[in-house]
Design a protein around this ligand. Structure first.
Ligand code: OGA
Ligand code: NI
Length: 344
């Protein structure tokens, strides 16, 4: 079992984590000027908005979504205490002794709760500087027994956290539907009703962040991601010809769209490539909640967003989500091109 968090940190980056020069963080696209930042949307508590506030929030989300595919939300209704408690419990999991983590260590993607390291598709590839937990987390009753009994508070804190984050996701999906002129319930049901997954990404301090990456450039395969990135930077989103560093904002969530959102909106809200760089000074932990379609959900561009006579034909054919997952897994390292399989 090879976890970065199982051993004292090396003084230099071991060779198997050193990327060839053209793939290093500073050597492909440029990091954009910090004055280019993701929009921050104030959700004003998320519930019981006045009509005027609701219109403003909806407009902010759609504007941000169309331009960046990413935005941050504050005042989102998820309690600070619930976020902190789960983040603490998850960090404690990574700090457990190696033998306590061993029963959960697996590269088998079908496991409902597992810990692993890196993100490689074949063993000869360069390794990424990341340990992670991957788990199924909602509905809670269905998965709670798969979660580890240690640290003591892990199950309770995750249950509390995920119920609140699901609520936020449902609110966002309603606001997005409204902003696109769709029925408020458009994303409810099967499109967002698959079992929710979570990635807890743990990036230990890295002796030389210029040589390696924490997470490969990728697009998310599902519908919507709600990410708590904590107070250490590292996430970067593609924008124009470069990368925007997503600035940590205390208590905020970073929201981005997955491939299914891009397809369901016929390309209006794009699934944007992102990656994580490492940090020499501090460990960084991000908690990504992944809102998924049901496995057999039929996905296609919303008829309301397609119009042959407006010169806006459907860009994607209809498919089942299970078919998409198969194509995504088969595309391995070139996952951003997976949308091509479904283009008309
Ligand atoms: C992910 C992801 C970004 C981060 O888990 O899909 O993009 O900041 N995480 O760790
Ligand atoms: Ni991602």
């Amino acid at each position: 079992m090879e976890l970065l968090t199982n051993a004292p940190l090396p003084r230099a980056v071991p060779d198997k984590y050193v990327f060839p020069p053209e793939k290093r963080p500073g050597n492909n696209l440029q990091l954009l000027d910090p004055s280019i930042a993701l929009p921050v949307v104030d959700l004003r508590g998320g519930r019981d908005l006045t009509d005027a506030d609701r219109r403003r929030v909806v407009r902010d989300i759609i504007d941000a979504g169309k331009e960046f595919g990413f935005f941050q939300v504050v005042n989102h209704g998820v309690e600070d205490g619930a976020v902190r408690a789960f983040r603490d419990a998850a960090a404690e999991f990574f700090a457990l002794r190696p033998e306590e983590k061993l029963p959960y260590y697996s590269d088998d993607q079908s496991r409902p709760f597992r810990v692993a390291s890196s993100t490689t598709y074949d063993k000869s590839e360069t390794r990424y500087w990341r340990d992670y937990l991957k788990l199924q987390c909602f509905p809670v009753d269905k998965f709670v027994h798969q979660w580890p009994p240690k640290p003591d508070q892990f199950r309770d804190c995750l249950g509390e956290y995920i119920v609140q984050v699901q609520h936020l996701a449902a609110t966002l999906l309603e606001l997005i539907a409204e902003g696109l002129g769709l029925d408020a319930g458009f994303f409810r049901g099967e499109l967002s009703g698959g079992d929710t997954q979570m990635n807890v990404n743990y990036y230990p301090p890295c002796p030389d962040p210029s040589l390696t990456l924490g997470l490969l450039p990728h697009c998310d395969r599902h519908l919507l991601t709600v990410l708590s990135q904590g107070d250490v930077s590292g996430l970067q989103a593609k924008y124009g010809g470069g990368w925007i560093a997503v600035q940590p904002i205390p208590g905020a969530f970073v929201i981005n769209f997955g491939h299914q959102m891009e397809i369901a909106t016929n390309g209006l809200l794009r699934s944007v490539e992102h990656r994580a760089v490492t940090n020499a000074a501090k460990a960084r932990m991000s908690v990504a909640t992944l809102i998924m379609p049901a496995t057999e959900c039929l996905i296609a561009p919303a008829p309301e967003l397609v119009g042959e006579e407006d010169n806006n034909p459907a860009k994607y054919r209809a498919f089942r989500f299970s078919e998409f997952i198969e194509a995504y897994d088969a595309a391995a390292a070139s996952r951003d091109s997976v949308l091509d399989y479904f283009k008309i």
